[in-house]
Every structure is written in C-alpha cells, then in structure tokens.
Design a protein around this ligand. Structure first.
Ligand code: SF4
Ligand code: SF4
Length: 67
C-alpha cells in the first residue's frame, strides 16, 4: 500500500492537493504555517490509493509517495 509523506515547511496553502485527491486524504488544517499560509494536513482515516496525483500537482514539492 502506498504511503504519502507530507512536508509542510514549503507549503503555501494552494490546496491543489485537496482538490486533486480522489480519496480526500488532504484537508485544510485551519492552522497557519511559518509563512503565514493556511496549511494542509492528512486525514489518516482516508485510504491513499497511490495514484500519484498529489505528488504531480504540488508546486512546492511537499509530497512524497513511498510504495
Ligand atoms: S497518491 Fe492519490 S490517493 Fe494518495 S494521497 Fe495522493 S492524490 Fe490522494
Ligand atoms: S499542493 Fe502542495 S503547496 Fe499546495 S496545499 Fe498541497 S502541500 Fe501545500
């Protein structure tokens, strides 16, 4: 099963990952990060299917996928 790793240190809160994930893994966290942008977090109750869409879509290389 694929495992997604999220590093929010470069995240600018564009929420492209939220929009693109077919399983709803990413959700707005309602917390501001170091740069003042609203961050995303992961809903651990949702199951990642390893489609890779979030990895491809994130413009700031915050997301890694391990098989
Ligand atoms: S790999 Fe696909 S299913 Fe998994 S978190 Fe990313 S977009 Fe969602
Ligand atoms: S796509 Fe990347 S930069 Fe945009 S909210 Fe998601 S993790 Fe942050």
């Amino acid at each position: 099963m694929a495992k997604v790793k999220l590093d929010t240190s470069r995240c600018k809160g564009c929420f492209l990952c939220v929009k693109v994930c077919p399983k709803g893994v990413f959700v707005p966290s309602k917390e501001l990060g170091e740069k003042g942008f609203e961050m995303v977090c992961m809903d651990e109750s949702k199951e990642c299917v390893g489609c890779g869409s979030c990895f491809k879509m994130c413009p700031d290389y915050c997301i890694e996928i391990e098989e």
